[in-house]
Design a protein around this ligand. Structure first.
Ligand code: URA
Length: 298
């Protein structure tokens, strides 16, 4: 049985909500993302051990990043339970906050947060056409504690069928690129900007990218990589909020919330233009050097 709240209860709820919004605004929040009801998680508080702050002197180039410990609890999303009160704030509110200074999550916390987010992604129907035509969503795969993430564009036909990113022809080339960096696929995490296959592998539409942005941003918040390698223009322009082509973005490091970002050509493009592979190899060497990975001698 449901009972209607009286006018006093509604007034109280309005006052509490207004105070909460004013407080968020004072702390710098400009915008709150409204998630579809089915996608709104509740929030679980997880205590984090407090340790003294790390030495503030800058780490040498290429050295592993120190992840500071903070007293604040980490907020992990859980799927909404029927009848539960959803958290007003589920998506990251201030995307500009450096991830490098966020509290570090343990491996188990990451696995659990990724599993919650994966379920949320699987339920998403924000892009009606993509949700209608997909076989399944493609969340991403790999090491939950990666130093490096590869960000691609969107699943293709093979990925849509298998539910894994980069498993088709472009994936075979990406595997070779990863191996050339003396890494294994299991060392890194691979994800895409879109979690659904655009029909006919067309370029994602701006609305689709906007709808899906929160998912890869939240994945990166959980994964906390030191490095991101953007594969192709859609990944690079979306992550860096740039309109510049890959040719202008590659060859140097960019910043995404304190994470060092490398841009290179998409493996699908390299399959069509193999003469560009040497540029990608240059980009990978730059990345390896920054990661402290020895370059092959030959
Ligand atoms: N191309 C992408 O950008 N991502 C994939 O997962 C596969 C192909």
């Amino acid at each position: 049985m449901t009972t209607n709240p009286g006018p006093n209860a509604l007034q109280r709820a309005r006052t509490i909500l207004r105070q909460k919004l004013e407080s968020l605004h004072r702390s710098g929040v400009q915008q709150i993302t409204r998630l579809p009801q089915a996608a709104i998680p509740i929030v679980q508080e997880v205590a984090i051990v407090t340790e003294p702050p790390p030495d503030p002197s800058p780490a040498p180039e290429g050295a592993p990043r120190e992840i500071p410990h903070v007293a604040a609890p980490v907020r992990l999303a859980e799927p909404a339970k029927p009848g539960s009160i959803p958290a007003v704030v589920a998506a990251p509110l201030v995307p500009a906050t450096p991830l490098a200074s966020a509290p570090s999550l343990t491996r188990d916390q990451r696995i659990s947060a990724l599993s919650v987010l994966r379920k949320e992604v699987a339920l998403c129907r924000r892009c009606a056409e993509l949700a209608e035509k997909r076989t399944q969503t493609v969340f991403g795969a790999g090491n939950p504690q990666p130093r490096l993430c590869f960000l691609g564009e969107a699943p293709g036909a093979d990925e849509d069928r298998q539910g894994e990113p980069f498993v088709g022809a472009a994936g075979q080339l990406l595997n070779k690129i990863i191996a050339a960096c003396t890494l294994k696929r299991e060392d890194v995490f691979i994800l895409n900007v879109l979690k659904c296959r655009p029909p006919g592998n067309r370029t994602p539409l701006p609305d689709e990218v906007a709808n899906c942005r929160t998912f890869f941003e939240r994945q990166l918040e959980i994964l906390q990589p030191e490095f991101i390698c953007c594969l192709g223009a859609v990944a690079a322009q979306t992550l860096l909020r740039s309109t510049r082509p890959v040719g202008q973005l590659r060859g140097k490091f960019h910043d995404y919330r304190g994470i060092r970002v490398v841009v290179t050509y998409h493996p699908s493009y390299l399959l069509r233009a193999p003469e560009m592979k040497r540029h990608t190899w240059d980009d990978m060497k730059m990345l390896m050097q920054a990661m402290g990975i020895p370059l092959p001698t030959s």
